[in-house]
Unconditional design. Structure first.
Lengths: 77, 365
């Protein structure tokens, strides 16, 4: 009768995936914030800001990637 | 008459779905409202739309809820009806006291209690209860607490030297995104439970083959009911989740929501039936405790845990008593009709009294 047993393997998959996705998306979003804030500050002060801008852009793409991966993971299964 | 009973069951299932959305709005919007990332009505409107959309993403959880807990061969529409009454009763009781409890466990408890009363212990699979209720109930809050706790420490570490105003604005924006993802995952996960229960009634009445996916009209009606319930907003629980467990800052709100969504998405992807309420409560506690353990109001958290422990037996008891009443009146004929009519009159009376007292239907009184 049981279509989907709550197995130990499933439990481990959920724990690892949730940990990587949750902590990962928070870290990447925080990096986007850091990059964006530093980039603004540096530009305001007339200092080079390219590195921070690239960090902000790359991290923002990372956040979108995490969101897309989450939706895809559910939709594909 | 059989079809009348089936339609009563379906209407009751959609009523349960409404209370599920209404009860669980807090999971998606409480942190955003608490940190002022979104205005309350905007938050619930966005959550409602995304819950609706989420219901169409996957049918994985619907397949798990319809089987494994009770023996589908022994289930009749009257048992499903009595189980739903048990679940709705528990949802309304916990809403009244502002306690975020699991609608899924209430549903499972109600159906298991009614099945036990109707068919005896053989109708209920103890292994299913352990696998789908007990283990997930332990795993969900702990996992969400650990990931949200780790995540908030990482976030503070990275953004520690960013000006507080900039960081708060950024995390509020992040909350809009993570709250949206959480709502989507809630629709994906919870609307399917109602689809599963309607499918169970359709299978029991011979309108659907065992193992078949629910038809489109079931998916659309379940998505609509949970979206409407979400829009109604269970403000008492929103208050508990958003400000009574911890006083959260935008970074904590973001970490709680992002990690809650991550846990739910991961679980849904493998058909692991986690409670979104357990996940979000655990994430909120984790985000608060990681900053400072004393920031968590452990008394409130303790009350919530007591409600979680009581959910299954309380819903089961109401489900069993409801089935007994339905059986006395005529389980396959007039019983569900009379009980549904009596419940509608009681609900109408309660709502009329609330409106007469000048209070809105859902706001904390």
């Amino acid at each position: 009768m049981i279509v989907f047993a709550v197995t130990f393997e499933n439990l481990i998959v959920v724990a690892v995936a949730a940990g990587v996705a949750g902590v990962g998306v928070t870290a990447v979003f925080s990096l986007a914030l850091l990059g964006g804030a530093r980039s603004l500050e540096h530009r305001r002060e007339g200092r080079p800001a390219l590195g921070w801008t690239i960090l902000a852009a790359a991290a923002s793409l990372g956040v979108l990637g995490f969101a897309a991966a989450g939706i895809y993971a559910v939709a594909a299964l | 008459m059989d079809d009348l009973v089936l339609w009563i069951v379906i209407a009751t299932a959609l009523a349960f779905d409404f209370t599920n959305g209404f009860h669980d709005t807090a999971n998606a919007v409480a942190t955003s409202i608490s940190t002022r990332a979104l205005a309350p009505r905007t938050a619930v409107a966005m959550a409602a739309v995304l819950n609706f959309a989420g219901a169409f993403i996957s049918l994985e959880v619907a397949a798990t809820v319809a089987s494994g807990i009770v023996d589908a061969q022994l289930i009749t529409p009257s048992i499903v009806f009595a189980g739903l009454v048990g679940a709705i009763t528990w949802n309304l009781a916990t809403w009244y006291f502002g306690l975020p409890s699991s609608s899924s466990h209430a549903l499972i408890g109600g159906v298991a209690g009614a099945a036990f009363a109707a068919q005896g212990p053989d109708a209920v699979f103890a292994s299913g209860i352990v696998e789908k209720v007990a283990v997930p109930a332990l795993v969900a809050p702990v996992l969400a607490m650990l990931t949200a706790g780790t995540a908030i420490l990482v976030a503070y570490r990275i953004t520690g030297r960013v000006r507080p105003g900039s960081a708060s604005r950024g995390f509020r924006l992040g909350q809009v995104l993570s709250g949206g993802l959480f709502s989507l995952s809630h629709g994906t996960n919870d609307a399917q439970k109602t689809m599963g229960i309607i499918a169970l009634a359709l299978i029991a009445s011979g309108h659907l083959g065992a193992g078949e996916d629910p038809p489109l009209w079931v998916v659309v009606s379940a998505a609509s009911a949970i979206a409407l319930g979400t829009y109604a907003g269970g403000w008492r629980i929103i208050k508990t989740m958003g400000s009574r467990i911890i006083k959260m800052d935008p970074a904590q709100g973001f970490a709680a929501q992002a990690n809650g969504a991550a846990v739910i998405f991961s679980a849904t992807a493998v058909g692991f039936p986690l409670s979104t309420t357990h996940v979000m409560s655990g994430a909120v506690i984790g985000a608060g405790a990681a900053k400072r353990a004393s920031a968590v109001r452990w008394g409130v958290a303790g009350n919530i845990v007591v409600a979680w422990v009581l959910t299954l037996p309380a819903a089961a008891a109401v489900g069993a008593v409801t089935y007994a009443v339905v059986w006395l009146l005529g389980a396959e004929t007039v019983g569900p009709v009379v009980v549904a009519a009596v419940l509608l009159v009681m609900l109408g009376y309660a709502l009329a009294r609330r409106l007469a007292a000048g209070r809105s239907l859902t706001a904390a009184g």
